[in-house]
Design a protein around this ligand. Structure first.
Ligand code: ZN
Length: 303
């Protein structure tokens, strides 16, 4: 299945009007847009308004339940709860990385499978939103793949992510892909950047002054101490993400100025992307991955 050529809104509208809802969607876009888009689509799927009305209608029983502002249950990948519901709608599942975990665990997917093999509460459709699907590791993705390939009746899975390339190609090829509009690269010189991100940008701006010891010291900051892997993974994920955007900015500027070859920067970009894909999927060593990323960037930057 290919990327939707029509706008996401039209694609969702058509699916809802025809009742042809696929078992898997990858909804991607910048920032929180994928989560918000997936939530909207999930609520619309179970809305009981007439087909010609806009959905979610916000007035039917289903919309009132899915839109209810209850305090969300905190998800814990190890001991549960493994997922929660959207609002208090029992047929709209929400699954994300546990607050203390470094990935969406296979245990969470197994518990979801068990829940989905029971019949739905309303007898109608059920939808699962996997929020921030970039945190799915390979084992979780393979378990999820089986759910998408052989879904329980009337069940759809929406994977929301800002980095769709982190998903296995087997997952992506079996899902309808919806790309939400927006600037996918962060404006590294803009005001919206967090302080941590701004610090990383200014360190990258001076990476050409660092020798081997400096790079090793920097990578050591991502050493995953006992029981602190989650922190190291999240911080490293930010470095890899900023690193990609930083290289992209450099490549764009170089090509706009009609500069020489950008092959070195492109090679570094590919290397950092590979680190991003493998960080969660293969449970890589955080310090070594940081080294790989920083060395790749450093070797591309000659001045
Ligand atoms: Zn409704």
């Amino acid at each position: 299945m290919s990327t939707a050529a029509e706008s996401p809104a039209i694609l969702f509208q058509k699916s809802l009007a025809s009742g042809r809802i696929h078992s898997g969607y990858v909804i991607s876009g910048p920032g929180d847009a994928p989560q918000e888009g997936a939530t909207h689509f999930a609520r619309a799927i179970v809305c009981t308004a007439e087909a010609d009305e806009a959905r979610p209608c916000e007035s039917c029983q289903s919309c009132r339940t899915s839109g209810s502002q209850t305090q969300p249950v905190e998800i814990d990948g190890k001991d549960g709860p493994y997922f929660r519901f959207i609002g208090s709608h029992p047929d709209l599942y929400w699954l994300e990385k546990g607050s203390e975990s470094s990935a969406i665990s296979i245990k969470q997917i197994r518990h979801l499978q068990t829940a989905l093999h029971r019949s739905s509460n309303s007898g109608g459709r059920r939808v699962v939103v996997i929020a921030n699907a970039k945190w799915l590791n390979t084992a979780s993705q393979n378990a999820l793949l089986r759910l998408i390939e052989e879904p329980p009746p009337l069940t759809s899975i929406l994977l929301a992510t800002d980095t769709p390339f982190n998903l296995l190609t087997t997952i992506r090829s079996r899902c309808i892909r919806v790309t939400l509009p927006g600037e996918s690269m962060r404006d590294l010189r803009g005001l919206k950047l967090s302080e941590d991100a701004r610090n990383l940008v200014s360190r990258l701006d001076t990476i050409h002054t660092l020798g081997m010891p400096g790079l090793l010291d920097w990578a050591e900051e991502y050493h995953s101490k006992q029981g602190k892997r989650k922190v190291a993974v999240e911080e490293l994920d930010e470095l890899l993400s900023i690193g990609c955007d930083w290289l992209y900015e450099r490549i764009r500027q170089a090509t706009e100025q009609g500069q020489k070859s950008v092959r070195d920067e492109l090679d570094a970009y590919k290397a950092v992307m590979k680190c991003r894909r493998e960080l969660v999927r293969r449970n890589t060593n955080t310090q070594m991955t940081a080294e790989e990323c920083l060395f790749a960037i450093r070797s591309a930057i000659h001045s």
